[in-house]
Every structure is written in structure tokens, then in C-alpha cells.
Ligand binder design. Structure first.
Ligand code: HEM
Length: 306
């Protein structure tokens, strides 16, 4: 069968995004399935109302929710990992469903988010909604450009989408979501050199440090992993900041053909390398949520219709 991937996975960074996490009302599983099956049409109807807005959405289903749906499972779908390092502990906060909506227009993002949320009506309960915005030239609120080393062109698809290794779930994607809250007052007290060393990149010009200059604690050092054949292990990041006057942070979002690469990166950050050298970016931010989902192909969603 020909399959098509959900529209929010691959496109370049958007200027507006909304993440909605939901739990399923277990007595309404048939309603959930019918609504999931109807989402592709609902999304394309609203996309056609905003043809200039690059409006995209992905719908992800967690491991625990997959059990409730009682359907055949993607091979690698599992809960978010629990990772404990010397300084930092990451606790899983898995929920049932995620909606990742993004566009170049806040009103379009709202319209689609609201329509999807309403369609589920009393079959779900809202866990969290986080509105995000592009900050300057795609910078995180720490002031550094985020997303530079993302895969490009056709490589975005080969990094993010499941292929023939799991034929029932081809064109799906493993999605990881973490809400980080930054300690910006601590971060802003650091001098420029300390900030740049923390990422292994320069701030203003966004240049990568020479490899010999990079600290073992630099974020880009801890997340640049190679497989046993010396090839780079990659994920497709769609992270974007959120902020209120009192809480500022990053919605870290990544898509991958396997959850293993993300899990190894997070371990490398939190547990460190073989000498226990950890990611010093984690001194200035803390993860409030950690969730894992699978974003199935559109045809799989439609097949849930009763
Ligand atoms: C690179 C920010 C969390 C994976 C970067 C860069 C920034 C950044 C500014 C450098 C530019 C770029 O290539 O995008 C952040 C912030 C985080 C965070 C503010 C949390 C508060 C994570 C997590 C992971 C991750 C949780 C994966 C588990 C990566 C990867 C790169 C990267 C793979 C590219 C490394 C390279 O090849 O140079 N991040 N990041 N990041 N980050 Fe993060």
C-alpha cells in the first residue's frame, strides 16, 4: 500500500507552533478511533482555508495509548526513558496523545488546534497546551541559534521516517517531546566565553568551534554521536521556544526513524561519556516533561474508522 507521512514532520522551522498533550478517556475508545480516522480530512479542510500559512500538523500516539487502542504496534514504540545521571535526573511523564501544530500564522495554528481538540470532545482530557514562537533568527531563549545542524533536503526524510524495516508502519516517525524551563537569570550571569563553550558554538555568528576547541561538556559534543561504522547518528529537531513573563523555556521536539538515537543522545547528555563528562547546558535548564510517541502514516489513521 502507498503511504503518506503526516505533514508536520519534515518542513523547515515555522514561526508559530502549538503543542497539545491529551489523555484518553478509556470508556470512549471507539470515539477516539473514529476521531483519529477523521483527522486527516479535518486537517486538510483547515489547511485549504489558510493556503498561505504553511499550516502543518502531526498527531502522535504513545506506547500506553497504543495498548488502549489494541492495535498492532510499531516495532520500537516504548515509553520515554528514565535517565539518572550524577547531577540530573530525567523522569518520563508520558501521556496518551500529542498534537503538534505549526504555521506562519498564529490564527491558523489556533484554528486547527481548536478544531482538533473539539473533535475529540469528551473522549479526551487536556494535559497541557504550550504556545510557541520563533525567537529572532530561530534562536533559543539562551540567545543561540537552534536547528543549524539539522539534516537537510531529502536527508530529512531518511532521518525522520520509518522505512521498509517496519513495513506496517512505513512513513511513520518516532516523536520525542520535552518541555524545558530555563534558569535565564543564572545563564545571563555567565560571560560570553562560558556560554559559547557550553554549546561549542559562537553566539552572534553561530559558528561551530573547531573540534579540538570543543569541551567534552559542550552540548554539541555530547549530542554528536557516531554509530559503529563511524557514521553520524541524526534526528530531525523541530524545537521552538515558549515564554510567559515568569516562565521561559524550550519545547524540544524531535522526529526520528528510531527512538534509539534520541535515547542515546539524552544518555550522553545526562549520564555523560565513558568518563562521566555530562552536558553543561543542563546546569541552566530543567526538563519538566519527557514524552515519547509514534506518528503513524495518514493511511494508518484512516484505517481506524469503524
Ligand atoms: C544542537 C539547543 C536539548 C540534540 C543544539 C544547538 C543548540 C541547541 C543551540 C546548536 C545548533 C544546532 O545545530 O541546532 C538546545 C537546548 C536544549 C537542547 C536549548 C534544551 C534546553 C537537546 C536534546 C537533544 C538535543 C534533549 C537530544 C536528546 C541536539 C543535537 C544537536 C543539537 C543532535 C546537533 C549537534 C551537532 O551535530 O552539532 N541544541 N538543545 N538537544 N542538539 Fe540541542
Amino acid at each position: 500500500m502507498m503511504t503518506s507521512f503526516q505533514s508536520g514532520i519534515i518542513p523547515e522551522a515555522s514561526s508559530d507552533a502549538l503543542f497539545i498533550t491529551l489523555n484518553i478517556n478509556s470508556s470512549k475508545i471507539n470515539k477516539i478511533k473514529d476521531t483519529l480516522a477523521a483527522t486527516p480530512k479535518l486537517i486538510s479542510d483547515i489547511q485549504s482555508q489558510f493556503p498561505d500559512a504553511s499550516l502543518h500538523a502531526t498527531i502522535g500516539i504513545s506506547s500506553q495509548a497504543w495498548d488502549k487502542l489494541d492495535e498492532k504496534r510499531p516495532i520500537h514504540l516504548s515509553p520515554f526513558p528514565h535517565i539518572k545521571g550524577k547531577e540530573v535526573e530525567i523522569e518520563p511523564t508520558d501521556v496518551d496523545l500529542v498534537l503538534h501544530i505549526r504555521s506562519s500564522r498564529r490564527d491558523a495554528t489556533y484554528e486547527l488546534g481548536n478544531a482538533l481538540y473539539s473533535a475529540f470532545s469528551d473522549s479526551i482530557s487536556l494535559v497541557e497546551e504550550v504556545n510557541c514562537f520563533k525567537y529572532l533568527d530561530n534562536r533559543d531563549l539562551t540567545g543561540f541559534v537552534d536547528g543549524t545542524e539539522n539534516p537537510e533536503g531529502e536527508n530529512r526524510k531518511s532521518v525522520a521516517l520509518v522505512g521498509e524495516e517496519d513495513p506496517n508502519f512505513k512513513d511513520g516517525s518516532y516523536f520525542n517531546l520535552m518541555r524545558f524551563v530555563h534558569d535565564l537569570s543564572k545563564w545571563e550571569k555567565q560571560d560570553l566565553k562560558t556560554q559559547e563553550d557550553t554549546y561549542g558554538r559562537t553566539k552572534e555568528d553561530n559558528e561551530e568551534y573547531a573540534s579540538s576547541e570543543k569541551s567534552v561538556h559542550a552540548h554539541t559534543k555530547r549530542t554528536s554521536l557516531k554509530d559503529e561504522n563511524g557514521r553520524s547518528m541524526e534526528i530531525l529537531r523541530q524545537s521552538i521556544p515558549y515564554a510567559s513573563l515568569t516562565e521561559k523555556g524550550l519545547m524540544f521536539a524531535s522526529y526520528s526513524k528510531t527512538p534509539t538515537i534520541f535515547n542515546l543522545m539524552l544518555e550522553s547528555m545526562v549520564k555523560g561519556d565513558e568518563h562521566g563528562n555530562t552536558d553543561h547546558l543542563m546546569k541552566y535548564t530543567s526538563a519538566k516533561t519527557g514524552q515519547a510517541f509514534f506518528v503513524p502514516a495518514i493511511e494508518w489513521l484512516k484505517s481506524l474508522s469503524s
